[in-house]
Design a protein around this ligand. Structure first.
Ligand code: AVJ
Length: 318
């Protein structure tokens, strides 16, 4: 790694507190999906990716295995790859194996220890690659490391259908920021989950082993620790439901009783049965996604899918 891991700053605490309180003042209450990803939550997410019901990761990995060589060829030599929400960088390896003389890999993730570990493992396996991790909430502006400057082409990699976590307006903004980051010669390689059998979708977010429930509840544990709150995890129940109008799964936490929770010194009331939204997981049609990308002046030059069309990876260019 080009940077000492200790030099990675963690995101700002005041911004995190107002992020939570703003969401809790809404009706219905909501929390940002960013709260899932503390160290434990990132590990839980890695377990979710292995669940039999959670088809997303293995389907996308299959697409990458089949087509990474072609993706790398279209991306071209001496690219800088900037990954939003890099996690374990597992899918990225398939791309790195085929890219010709990549100039830099910039994994961006909110979970600091997880990021450092993933970057370290990657550095051992790709000794000639410049790896410049950035610990940041990628929905906020962050500085690009200097290594990116010498690239022939900048490419944002955004796998996992993480875009689906954002409202259509936020997703359009995020795509627009990606467009600005890569510039008019760049590209965005993005993974999106496609709309399918509703029972398959519901099961993916209501797994039999209860890992997703634990992942959902862990957002409260993370908030308790990070900004000082006293959520009692036993008083909330996980639920994931399909919302047809918006074409999305929503993850909720339902209050099991009337209760008052103190969040960074502010009392917050919950009624029994009240829903708090913790995540959107939008499921796209290729046409719907094309319209979304177009709002950011991006369009698909290539689309790769699995045979059952469960998931798509697209290369977007300005
Ligand atoms: C990593 C955001 C794509 O929405 O499917 C998994 C996160 N949430 N199970 C998704 C998640 C519940 C995941 N993304």
């Amino acid at each position: 790694m080009s940077k000492r891991p200790n030099a990675l700053p963690a995101p700002n605490a005041d911004a995190l507190t107002s992020n939570v309180l703003d969401g809790l003042r809404k009706t219905p209450k909501e929390l940002s999906a960013v709260w899932f990803y503390d160290e434990y939550g990132s590990t839980l997410f890695d377990s979710i990716c292995e669940l039999p019901e959670y088809y997303l990761t293995r389907t996308e990995l299959g697409i990458m295995q089949m087509h990474a060589a072609e993706m790398a060829q279209i991306i071209g030599p001496q690219a800088a790859l900037i990954e939003f929400g890099s996690g374990t960088s597992q899918k990225t390896r398939l791309l790195l194996d085929h890219l010709v003389a990549p100039v830099a890999y910039v994994p961006v993730d909110i979970a600091r220890e997880h990021l450092i570990e993933a970057a370290g493992t990657l550095a051992r396996d790709y000794p000639t690659l410049q790896i410049a991790p950035v610990c940041a909430d990628f929905t906020q502006p962050f500085d690009l490391p200097k290594q990116v400057a010498s690239a022939q082409r900048r490419v944002v990699y955004f796998p996992g259908s993480t875009l689906g976590n954002f409202s259509p307006e936020q997703a359009a903004q995020l795509l627009d920021r990606m467009h600005k980051i890569v510039g008019n010669e760049g590209a965005v390689l993005i993974g999106i989950d496609l709309k399918k059998d509703l029972n398959v979708l519901r099961r993916a977010y209501n797994d039999a082993a209860g890992v997703t429930a634990e992942f959902n509840l862990n957002a409260l544990r993370h908030i308790n620790r990070e900004i000082g709150a006293n959520f009692d995890l036993r008083n909330f129940q996980h639920e994931a439901l399909w919302v047809e109008d918006a074409s999305r799964i929503e993850m909720h936490l339902i209050s099991k009783r009337d209760q008052t929770v103190t969040v960074a010194g502010t009392p917050v009331q919950f009624r029994r049965g009240e829903h708090m939204r913790t995540e959107y997981c939008h499921k796209y049609t290729l046409e719907g996604f094309a319209n979304l990308a177009a709002t950011a002046q991006l369009s698909a030059v290539r689309t790769w899918t699995d045979v059952e069309k469960k998931f798509a990876v697209q290369l977007l260019e300005p």
